[in-house]
Design a protein around this ligand. Sequence first.
Ligand code: ASN
Length: 363
Amino acid sequence: MSPEADNLPLLSLPTRADAADPATLRLLILYTGGTIGMTVNHAGELVPMQFERIEHKMPDLQRFPHHLTLLSLPEPFDSSNVTPADWLFLAQLIGRHYADFDGFVILHGTDTMAYSAAALSYLLENLGKPVVFTGAQVPAGRSRSDAQRNLISALEIAAARHPRAGTVRVPEVCVFFNDVLIRGTRAKKVESQQFAAFKSENYPPLARAGIGLDFADKSIRLLPAARLRIHETLETGVAVLPLFPGITEAVVRAVLGVPNLRGCVVETYGSGNAPTTPWFIAALAEARQRGVWLLNVSQCEEGRVVQGLYETSAHFRDLGIIGGDDITTEAAVTKLMFVLGLGRNAADTRRLLMQDLRGEITP
Ligand code: ASN
């Protein structure tokens, strides 16, 4: 645990929590930045700010029936600046406070929220408590902001328990936005101007918020109870190679030839198809020979990669390139970082890359 993770101040927020009621829960809100906490700078641009007195911007928090604690990162960021180091730090923070809180809500910018949620899904193994990412398209405190609505429902989801058993309802890393709860490894930002910013790709939403919260219990992962394991390494030598008609050999070789490249997501067409031009096949084969792990992920938002369905994907199969099934690029990039960061041998690495680790693929 880094000393920084230990030293960040916790701010208790005023709520209607009844300390004498044993059903009262403790939730931790982790503020990282994003539009939800932004203000306008002298140049008229939106920039993140410190989020003290959050309850003044979102007064409904004061009516929330559970204990709320706020932990703000010292330097909140626009999520376009997020790095794997931030994901490791967030995972550490969850680990540091895991025993003291019943659920976690991470306030995060929407631009890369899907990447961060996928990364945290991998880093937090055997998660038994909710970790709900949310944010806003309009800063909190402005008229028509979606901040308060997103946050209150995200908190309710983090506090949700099965009616009879009283057990945690959503023990997953997920994204809640505009009334839809999405598994962290299935989220994709699809909209920058409307409130419905996220889509659940190739998997049904885990819940919808209307007058009440409607949980799709069958779609929520329930794992046998086990001790939380926080992973501490991510391999950053990864790249994405999006194909397009007309892509040149120089571009393909520039990406696959990046020094110290360990893994690359090749974004293909349709059900995992790509050119069969000899130079393209040779470039892939040479990358494989250099030990670069290649993951075939489709540019389609729905459907799956089936290597060998067409002649135009058989070369991927023959070169030992891993078919990404129905994974998103966001989940694939972070999965490469996670699995390669484990430092396992080639057989284990292949097995882990093919396996469904956190609900990111439908095998
Ligand atoms: N640029 C912002 C961010 O991702 C966008 C947002 O949060 N709506 O931090």
